[in-house]
Design a protein around this ligand. Sequence first.
Ligand code: AKG
Ligand code: FE2
Length: 323
Amino acid sequence: MSLALDRIRYPDAFAGTAHFGRDGYSVLEGFFSHARIDRAVAAVRSVLMERPSEVVVDCLRSGRRTFWSQAREPASRNFKFNDLYLLCGEVRDLALDPALAMTLEDLLGEPAVLCNSLNFEKGSSQPKHIDSLYMTPRTPHSLVATWVALEDVHPDAGPLVYYPGSHKIPLYVFNDGTHHVSRDEIVDWFDYIDVQIRLRGLRETTFLARKGDVFIWHADLVHGGSPIRDPGRTRGSLVCHYFGKADCAERGLQVEPLNQGYWLRRQRQAVRVEPEAFGGHCPFPEDDYLERNPDVRQAVRAGECTSGRDHYRDFGFQEGRGV
Ligand SMILES: O=C(O)CCC(=O)C(=O)O
Ligand SMILES: [Fe+2]
């Protein structure tokens, strides 16, 4: 099977990424100054302090997805904050810093489109995986990720771990013929990847990042968050994913230019919370719901249904729809 790494050029423009093709990752040490990181962290904190209802979080303990405005124990910092890049210009500025975006373009062979961001305050403890399982590019390999250290990482804080060279493992094909994960088959994927890692003699490597370092990885590099030995420790990081521009154009996605790259203007992640959770400081997001569910919009227009909110309460939630 062809590894089809031919789309990824091996740039000499940026020495830090010279071994990307061979290893599946690059480390750009001290890429961002501490002052720049501090500014971005402060901007994120001030956005989050208001607990805006459009921010969607995943609880790192339970895996439960909810609105930040509804999250329990917000002070615990056990959250993954989804897509703050949509709300916070400072996150976009880090993710699409001109030199970084140029490097990503070199790696992808085409301009990079920032398509999601994840802010972590603690280690993710995420089992090993490849990102293309979840964010599957149309063109295989046309996805890269960056991981920015927002503080020095202590070995007990659950550092990022990865398997150099694992991006060359041929992609697993799920029963539906795609490389996109199917929940029922994830166990088979783990078996496959474990065998491949063993056969190839690949070794788990820990990234003990310093504040300002950037780690870039290939969509198919096996990585994860190691177990947290000291739950009191924070491990602030910003993870961003980028598709190649051609993939976005093929899907008809709306992109906005910034510096040397682009960002995807898209809806926030859908959330499935009990209908009773809405009200007061978290009103039902009527417009989002109707945008996600054109059939409901149609029913409301035709007078068959009073509102999106009523539809969600009476049918949508039971049907498994998100808001
Ligand atoms: O930061 C980590 O522990 C892993 C994050 C990760 O794998 C991801 O967001 O894709
Ligand atoms: Fe990942």
